[in-house]
Design a protein around this ligand. Sequence first.
Ligand code: FPP
Length: 249
Amino acid sequence: MTDVTAAGRDKMPHHLAIIMDGNGRWAKARMLPRLMGHRKGAETVRMVVDECSKLGIGYLTLFAFSAENWSRPMSEVSALMNLLKKYIRMEVPRMMRDNVRFNVIGNRNDLPEDVRAELEDAITTTAGNTGLTLTLALSYGARQEIVHAAGLLAVDVAAGKVDPATVTERDFARYLYTSGLPDPDLLIRTSGEMRISNFLLWQLAYAELYFTDINWPDFSRQELLKAIADFQSRERRFGLTGEQLKARG
Ligand code: FPP
């Protein structure tokens, strides 16, 4: 069985990001309604959050609902929103038990009022926790995020608070929804699709990408450990040569 070795724990990704894909196909293959795929997918979310907590991963960011997902049939959108609300309500006690800090990125204003209230409650309740930071990307699109950040920066420039000539990458990143989060080290996408799909375009610049054919509802603890073991076997060079990296130790 694939497992993360004791030595491997030193090279654990600090920030894991996941594009959870294939709920619909999982359901279709079983002649079930799509909602059943999302429900089973929510169980996988619970397992992955638990595992990441246990493995000591600092940050887990899940793509739960894209800005483009609003165009799905209304019945699916509202089923997903309901599922999300129920999940948050049920999981907050567990997050408190496991020291998980809950966070959301994306355009919260698009979300229904009751969902937003539930999310904000979970964020406030878990704000003092110091273990895993669980971030859900909701009504999220990376291009939208970058445009939004540029707008905020422009306001600060117009107000004379920022000199545009001196803006660094680090300065710009503070205007993104992910301000305060480190960049992901590893991105996993399930269901065999090999795309980024407008997810964390800025933040994934140096991430290792891992694709698996498994649909999200079937993604297991073993699959997660396999992805992490694969990450641990890679040499991350950040533009340097292998020799330069060795010399740095
Ligand atoms: C992609 O599968 C998945 C989504 C659009 C939603 C993700 C939602 C969940 C995993 C469940 C609820 C989330 C939480 C955090 C409780 P798809 O529907 O695009 O699958 P398909 O490509 O096979 O149709």
